[in-house]
Ligand binder design. Structure first.
Ligand code: OGA
Ligand code: NI
Length: 369
């Protein structure tokens, strides 16, 4: 690099760090920028041309979409269960993503958690600020971009993150606007997660309790995302391309759209489907199944007509003291299927994911043998 370019780089980089800091210190998130009436995207949110939405438009992307799987009848009807196990196994192998309907969570609970998350983000800024933190040991973490200081570009999104299981919090530990519904919704998502882990175990030919017994369904974090309307949505993203550092994720999205999964080299929309839950395989299940199940990369486009709201249920145990080791499942390995990953702990995996930030590369690569 020539001296002048280098100076320029240091200059811009210095500017960026102080802009990030100034923005972070407002504790008002992206929502705060919108409230202040900005009409241009602040530079910290501008993504490189190569990852911007406009350079990825693919006119053939509507050819296929992720499967929708109906869970009705899986508890009484042997044949129905076998069909569902087959469909879930296939979807987890090819897409790493599917939607489920008739999952058992009542519509009013889905509606209430959506309005609870909206209520949190839209409450008085002074009250909301009390929850703003980057201290990940806290039970409730509200901030704008967990990787604000490490990612190459910031995302147009605010998030509230709550550890909900095991040891559900007392309502008094949670923001009053959404405390009761967070507890109620988390209980429901844990139930659905339990069923999905059984079906996933069966799809691998394992004992239905396999994943439960190794505590994959034990820990749940609930993330309430808020993607405000964006004045220049094509220059940024709501959520950079990433795969989840979880065992499994269960996502509820509203009707705005913008979630996309990267499949066979193209971005495919995950269309909003009323009452449905989006399920995706996380990195730790890809690692444990030795790549049989795929933790697919996905992203969220910024939108002009939002706010868009989504609620992600992350099955993960990184907040627990457990030192349990995760590695490719022995029963699935053979001479033809040698382990592709080294063993790790959930804590180590998540620490690596967080340190790296959303930079467009997979955290799994670091654990490849
Ligand atoms: C996530 C995520 C998608 C969405 O929380 O990891 O990918 O639609 N969310 O908010
Ligand atoms: Ni994700």
């Amino acid at each position: 690099m020539e001296a002048t370019t280098l100076n320029q780089f240091h200059h811009e980089n210095g500017d960026r760090q102080s802009e990030l800091k100034a923005f972070d210190e407002t504790k008002a998130g992206v929502k705060g920028l919108i409230d202040a009436g900005i009409t241009k995207l602040p530079p910290i949110f501008i993504h490189p041309k190569t990852t911007q939405n406009s350079s990825n438009i693919n006119p053939t992307a509507d050819k296929h979409s992720i499967p929708i799987i109906d869970l009705e009848g899986i508890h009484g009807n042997e044949m129905k269960r076998r069909e569902v196990v087959e469909a879930i196994g296939e979807a987890s192998k090819t897409w790493g993503f599917f939607q489920v309907v008739n999952h058992g969570i009542p519509i009013n609970v889905l509606e209430e958690i959506m309005s609870g998350v909206r209520g949190f983000h839209e409450q008085d800024t002074e009250v909301k600020k009390e929850w703003y933190t980057r201290d990940r040991s806290r039970r409730v973490v509200y901030n704008c971009n967990f990787d604000l200081y490490t990612a190459p570009a910031a995302n147009w999104r605010d998030t509230i993150f709550c550890f909900m299981a095991p040891n559900p919090p007392h309502p008094q530990e949670l923001p009053p606007v959404c405390s009761d519904i967070l507890i109620k919704y988390s209980k429901e998502v844990k139930e659905v997660g339990g069923v999905l882990f059984e079906l996933l175990s069966e799809a691998l030919g394992l004992n239905p309790n396999y994943f439960k017994d190794i505590e994959c369904s034990k820990g749940l974090a609930v993330l309430g995302h808020y993607y405000p309307p964006c004045p220049e949505p094509d220059l940024t993203l709501g959520n950079t391309k990433h795969s989840d550092d979880t065992f499994l994720t269960i996502l509820l999205q509203d009707d705005i759209g913008g979630l996309q999964v990267f499949h066979q080299n193209q971005w495919v929309d995950v269309p909003p489907s009323p009452g449905a839950l989006v399920v995706n395989i996380g990195d730790l299940l890809q690692l444990m199944t030795n790549d049989r199940f795929k933790s697919s990369e996905h992203r969220v486009l910024a939108n002009q007509c939002g706010p868009r709201i989504s609620v992600a249920g992350f099955f993960t145990t990184y907040m627990l003291p457990s030192s349990r080791v995760c590695g490719p499942i022995k029963e699935l390995l053979s001479d033809e299927n040698r382990p592709k990953y080294r063993e790790t702990t959930v804590k180590e995996y998540v620490a690596h994911f967080h340190a790296k930030g959303l930079d467009g590369t997979s955290a799994l690569l670091h654990f490849k043998l």
